[in-house]
Write a protein that binds this ligand. Sequence first.
Ligand SMILES: Cc1cc2nc3c(=O)[nH]c(=O)nc-3n(C[C@H](O)[C@H](O)[C@H](O)COP(=O)(O)OP(=O)(O)OC[C@H]3O[C@@H](n4cnc5c(N)ncnc54)[C@H](O)[C@@H]3O)c2cc1C
Length: 551
Amino acid sequence: MAAPRVTVIGGGLAGLTAALRLAEKGCKVRVYESKGMLGGNLASQPLQAGGEIDVYPHMYQEWYANFWKLMDDIDVDREESFKPYDCVYQMRRRTETPRWSKLTRAYSARYVFQNMFSNVGPWPDMLVFGFACLDLLAERTMPTVRLDNLSLTGYLDSRPYMTKEAIAAFETFLTRIWALPAKLAAAKDCQTYLRYCLPVGESDQWLTRESAERTIIHPLARALERRGVELVMGTKLSQVEVVNGRVTSIGLQRTKLDPQRYEWIGTGRIRNEEVDQLLLAVPAEVLSHIVRDGEPGRRVVDFEESLHELVQLSAQRVPILHLHFKEQLSGIHWQPVGLYGSSLNLAFTDLSQSWEEFEGHTMLALSCSEPAGLFGANPREDGFLMMRQLADYLDYETGEQWGESEQIDWDRTRYHGNNDVRLSLNTVSAEHARPGHSPAKIRNLYLAGDFCHHHLGMTTMEAAVSSGIAAAARLAEDAGLEEIEALYPEVWPDAIYTTVRAGLGVAIAARVLSEGIPFPGRDSDPDADHESILSYLLTPGLPPRNRRRRE
Ligand SMILES: Cc1cc2nc3c(=O)[nH]c(=O)nc-3n(C[C@H](O)[C@H](O)[C@H](O)COP(=O)(O)OP(=O)(O)OC[C@H]3O[C@@H](n4cnc5c(N)ncnc54)[C@H](O)[C@@H]3O)c2cc1C
């Protein structure tokens, strides 16, 4: 049988992984990518002064089994190309003490006591923080609430032992450093994520030592070319035509960069191309348009109605400011830092301490996970708003507007709104809208992307790689090719978590104790003494204290 011809749309991690695995099985693969570069959310933008910078300083977890296997397969050496780290930091405002606190190997039992007394929050609240993680895992076999309907914050608020400082710790690490808003993220997906993190709690996490392009995307593109994969950039898919339950052709259009909006827009006429097998690995929002566009009766949704639901999946941009100082600031940690209580949900990583090309002067990749708070009239004003909030934490002169401060290297400092690269949000109640890898009613169509339905729950690079493998595996199976194998991260037996839940009394005691411990920000809370744990337990109809406090 002749090897299938596969057209892959989308040159992000999911599409490129699928292309590689299919080419390894002898398929003739062509990839179309709408932008002028590969990588999607992991792409790097070239800088005028040379070099490049990433969408976000991505963090790589030890349990990313398929991602690390992919790195091995394309000859990327982990020790050489990635830098291990074992802690993340929380930074408080200049007026508060302690300024810095750190969480070390947050998922490791050995560091429980160290983390409890790390000053991220008062020690009883840190005990509550740890217990809440295990309690969430115990929900798998001993449900007490309907997790499907709850965000992570909603779940935390539902726990009788919960405290304000424990929620604040989740906010620092999930919303700010992981850039995933805890108030939107489905508790169920966070549960799945935690399930994979705990068994590797003793291991390091990783950052790249230079751009994602040089570390991952370039070696991956070379490996694809060695396998004969054709990579076509600057061309976007605009339509898919389905006849009798089979994709027959696709519409393609050249693109060009609109430098004002930093968007790749279609230009010129749309040309049609016949396809044999089609694998779509584009973001959910794009897919949602593509399946609904075209001549009625020949659109994807005319055959696979459930894909209408894609419209319910959401994504959020995470603007980033690459802030170059003229000098090296002292006392800044190189690991990821979340800014406690930041209304813009700011976090930063000092790349000058990890990337050789920025050595010698501090360069912060400062991200904002609350983009709605950026009300500037233009990108520079938005960047300046971020700078001004950062100055509440870091001692430096901002000036009155963009371009004024003497301490900043303005020629190199750049703000990116990241409109074109959005983080898929694992929002509550959207699970049913996540598509599988091969729509049942269209024989030669396959789907990949971090938003697809998969065993990993949360949006991560491992989810993107795994979804690429899963879609490729289905295609290979349907075409009668050799099996494409996927790896699954280790998990612990659920009995461990249900046993730990027996410590509920300790968590409740910790909450009571926490109220007596002074901590920055706590004394100014007018509601602090107004509700006892007993009244909370006896009057579940009342808004929980924690929710009222944050309003
Ligand atoms: C701000 C941010 C921070 C993140 N941090 C982390 C982290 O620390 N750790 C972690 O594990 N994960 C992180 N992620 C998630 C990770 O980056 C993604 O899960 C992963 O890169 C998604 O890959 P993908 O291939 O599924 O999608 P994408 O990367 O979105 O790829 C889709 C590709 O399709 C292309 N495309 C779109 N439309 C068309 C069209 N019509 N025709 C042709 N091509 C098209 C796009 O240009 C893109 O290249 C982060 C993501 C963001 C945005």
